[in-house]
Design a protein around this ligand. Structure first.
Ligand code: SPV
Ligand code: MG
Length: 437
């Protein structure tokens, strides 16, 4: 038997978009022995950057069928070290593009660990002109499908310690949320998806947040967001309306590729929760609301769409115990997740609820909207068992004072020169939207 063939060669890859650079490194690796591909899981990828378009299973199917690949194993961390220690390969193969920048530290650790286990690192020249990041941008420009977008929320909840959602009420908000990235050392922070808020959808139309803007009108704006983004959407379904109507809402949202609807257990004329007990907040009976959840679940066609039940007990001045009892009933009725809301500034009631809820329901996704208790960091919320954090109104609240300041300056000065520093340069607005030229 050929001695080289008994060696094992480890190659880590995400393999979301296959290209010749990847197939070349696979065939090079296979020349040195049995090639084991360490396929990055969604969790490993999400710890550093946005989720792949394809799920782990889809990517595994592709990689397993490539000539030269002997075996595919999951790489569940961004770091190669745990898998090197687990599989103890004779060689590890990598492109030489990790010599500089953020990856250089990982490269050093890999060299050290391979030396410790008596293995070697093979570096192959990077294939210029084609790479995953460039292709990723091209795929993103093509858009997504409703099905892929819808699935994304469940995958994110599985893969991330906490999923970060930002309010969007028009296409421009959508573009910011889609593209904004903040580099923090080796990590890139970004929003994972969008919240279609009843408060900001209503306010941006000059209407109160009392379910006065109907679904058709809200979907018109949502369509603009869908057209220029690929990230998942959580829709604020208010009370869900009449149970019979909610069944249609669910199907309409599914058809649009929305990932989840959140409905709140209120009845009568809905008032915004942040009024708390200053407004009359009538909670629905547990029985009625459970019936609404069941009807929605029966109406949905896909397996991926989520109906999340929002509990308003704390908003209505009731106890954490009341909220917990309702949570049990809603989960029992088939809710795919629970949103617990409060306008208390301390966050203590939310913490108490979440810790108690997690004792009983270990996996059911928990969603919060920390508008008032916003001193608490995401990491701490994740520690309470929270899966999704929604920044529910910040794009609109940020835009309004900025617009008002520019308008005031023009009135005060009777010309727009002084407003210049408050406005984005004309050149920038012309270049903002691809295809304007
Ligand atoms: C919204 O954004 O419309 C919400 C969250 O429902 S809250 O305004 O806090 O009620
Ligand atoms: Mg709302």
């Amino acid at each position: 038997m050929n001695e080289a063939k008994t060696k094992t060669v480890y190659l880590g890859m995400i393999a979301d978009i296959m290209h010749p650079g990847l197939t070349r490194i696979i065939s090079e690796g296979a020349k040195h022995g049995e090639l084991v591909v360490g396929l990055f899981t969604d969790r490993a990828v999400a710890s550093r950057k946005r989720l792949p378009f394809l799920s782990y299973e889809q990517r595994r199917e592709v990689v397993e069928s490539i000539k030269g690949v002997s075996r595919v194993v999951p790489q569940d961390e961004w770091s190669y070290i745990p898998n090197i220690l687990k599989f103890r390969p004779d060689c590890l193969i990598h492109g030489d593009d990790w010599k500089n920048g953020a990856a250089a530290e990982m490269r050093q650790k890999v060299f050290d660990t391979m030396a410790e286990i008596g293995g070697e690192v093979i570096e192959v020249p990077y294939t210029h002109g084609i790479n995953s990041s460039g292709l990723f941008n091209e795929v993103k420009a093509l858009g997504t499908t409703p099905e892929v977008r819808m699935k994304m929320l469940r995958r994110l909840i599985e893969a991330k310690p906490i999923v970060r959602i930002m309010e969007a009420h028009d296409g421009l908000c959508g573009l910011i949320i889609e593209n904004l990235e903040v580099e923090k050392g080796e990590r890139v922070e970004a929003f994972d998806g969008m919240w279609s808020s009843s408060l900001t959808d209503s306010t941006s139309k000059g209407k109160p947040d009392i379910e006065a803007v109907d679904l058709t009108t809200r979907l018109q704006d949502l369509n603009n967001i869908l057209e220029c983004t690929t990230k998942p959407i959580i829709f604020d379904g208010d009370t869900g309306g009449k149970t019979e109507h909610f069944a249609f809402t669910v199907r309409t949202l599914e058809r649009h590729g929305v990932s989840a609807v959140i409905i709140e257990d209120k009845t009568g004329l809905k008032k915004n929760s942040l009024f708390g007990t200053d407004a009359v907040q009538t909670q629905d009976s547990i029985e009625n609301f459970c019936n609404k959840i069941k009807t929605g679940k029966e109406a949905q066609i896909t397996e991926d769409f989520m109906i999340i039940a929002r509990i308003e007990s704390l908003i209505a001045g009731k106890s954490v115990l009341d909220a917990l009892q309702r949570a049990d009933a809603y989960v029992e009725a088939g809710a795919d997740g629970i949103m617990i809301h409060s306008k208390d500034k301390s966050g203590d009631d939310i913490r108490e609820f979440c810790l108690a809820f997690r004792e009983k329901h270990r996996k059911v996704p928990l969603v919060v909207v920390p508008t008032t208790y916003n001193h608490i960091y995401e990491e701490e919320l994740a520690g309470w068992g929270i899966n999704v954090v929604i920044y529910a109104n910040h794009m609109l609240r940020a835009a309004y004072p900025a617009m008002k300041a520019a308008a005031t300056s023009i009135l005060e000065n009777e010309r727009s020169l002084e407003a210049n520093p408050l406005c984005m340069p004309i050149k920038e607005i012309l270049e903002l939207i691809p295809g304007t030229k």
